[in-house]
Design a protein around this ligand. Sequence first.
Ligand SMILES: Nc1ncnc2c1ncn2[C@@H]1O[C@H](COP(=O)(O)OP(=O)(O)OP(=O)(O)O)[C@@H](O)[C@H]1O
Length: 648
Amino acid sequence: MADRPAARTARPGRHRRRPQGFVQAGLRFLGRRPRVLCGLAGWSALEAAHTFALGFALARALDDGFLAGRPATGLAWLAVAGAGLLAGALGTARVHRQVAALAEPLRDELVRRVVGRALHEAVTATGNPGGGVGEAADASGTGAVSRLTHQVEIARDSFAGLVMVSRSFAVTLVGAVAGLAALAPELLLVVVPPLLAGLAVFAGTLRVLARRQRDVLVADEELAREAGNTVRALRDVAACGAGDAVLRSARRRIDAERWAADALARWGIARAVALGIGGRLPVVLLLVLAPWLLRQGVGAGALAGALTYLTQALLPALQSLVHGLGGAGARLAVVLRRLREGAPPAPVRKPDHPEADAAGLSRHPVSEPVPHGGDRETPHGGGRETPHGRGREGVPGNGGREVPALELRGVTFGYGPGAEPVLRGLDLTVAAGGHLAVVGPSGAGKSTLALLIAGLLRPTAGEVLLYGRPLSAAPEGGSALLCHRVLIPQESYVFSGSVRENLCCLLPERAGAPADAALSGAVAAVGACGLVRRLGGLDGRVDPTALSAGERQQLGLARAWLTPAPLAVLDEASSQLDPAAEERAEDAFRRRGGTLIVIAHRISSALRADRVLVLDGAGTRCGTHAELREHSPLYRDLTASWAPGPRV
Ligand SMILES: Nc1ncnc2c1ncn2[C@@H]1O[C@H](COP(=O)(O)OP(=O)(O)OP(=O)(O)O)[C@@H](O)[C@H]1O
């Protein structure tokens, strides 16, 4: 089993609030309904009479009727038992109505509270009590109310079940004890002590059993929620290379659930012991002590009647009580606690990025006031140096040599064993903090190079090193590389969800939820404020089909800008933006710090870089703009064809 301590610490349902709150609230609720309670008691009395008649009439039918040679009397007593059965059935039917008269008002009261609170929170969260509730708040409010009303339904059913089992046990106990006393008081001496002992064992372990049951319920729900989320997000998980993280998280949930189920099973023994002592031991004692009872004058019919009380009434009622209180009771406690606690209040943040504020982004509250990584300054705050800034990148390697951000050593790559290689024996070094533009004619292998740098393709020969570490050492799939490099392709992947979700999907799990300021800063940096404002802010919905290619690129750029990866590779990632917007986006990545590699399609992009790599098969060269203008005929041709036109 995986790390059990983790499962323990994350153990669900470890609630500190004392359950007396619910008991008191429940008693107050019942106290306000005396008529219903009286009706319930009256019909329950009819049921108790039925239980009484069950054993008593049978005993009389035997002792006074059939065993005494008076079959008519015996049959008459059996008729009494039959009438008791009918009366009991009538009582049970009426009891159901009375229970409904208790459960329905409970549901109404809970629904009223839930909806009232959800509305209140929706209005205060938007800070607009005048009725301007935002679309996002609207949507989340509706979802929350729908979830909570579903929980209310569960609470109602659990409450009704709880009332039924506890009432039924009480009624059966009264009817059976009265019947035993009427048959022969000696029978009580045999039956009542073990019954009380069993009840005491059950009562002693009830609280811990309910807690264990609650743990299982909560763990079960969390596992189901995780599985549901994973299934819905499969495409995103694959796209973000988050398979390992999702698997780890699912394993944690499974372990937590297994631990909770094991613990419940262990405590389930206590339940079996209570049932054995309270329900089965009296039967054994009755049989063992039958000779003594007969000597005390207890008739054979009375013994049969007592056995009937035990096996037909008390044992089933005790079973229902033991299982019902553990199951429905625990479910009710969990649901009521959730309804009482509701969603945590959403703090409204003050805007701290002027541009973002102008875009109206910071007005949206965050659900959790978690900063984006405790030790991480936002890359966007007031021009501060970033974690992926040159300071961190310029780590001297062995022998005092600064480790380059990227090294390609004799890289050859072809799409298939027999295919002509796209790249052949390519050597390239990009210093930490450097800015390289890659140019070349269509089909030269620029995107292939970007994929090799990102570790999404593996070289046929040679080696790619990121910050001195060979990519071949990183596990296949890319998720382990998310902290080192980010690749922004031309076709930006945007999915249905909130703007926030679209921005955060590449962030490493351990970084936690980023602060709104960090998200707004990323949006502002790449010039996407107008777009995000139009979408409704950070919690606005994204419909990929309703966005232009350029808008999708803006979201992709902001998402990449936000990551802590020190190496950013832009593969024509701003090709759909106008030149000014593209310059702004590239500029944002340069100011972000770290190393930048741009697959360029405009001369302006190449001019902004420190160095340019011209991919041209055997004529591949790397140098400054001026050097290449002098030594690379292809570069001269390309720059001539670029100016003044926009594309190669
Ligand atoms: N998945 C693939 N399978 C087989 N061949 C491929 C694949 N992807 C690209 N190629 C081929 O590899 C070569 C290089 O393609 P690549 O996309 O890297 O070029 P590029 O320089 O980025 O082109 P462009 O500027 O048009 O995007 C091309 O001949 C292309 O047809």
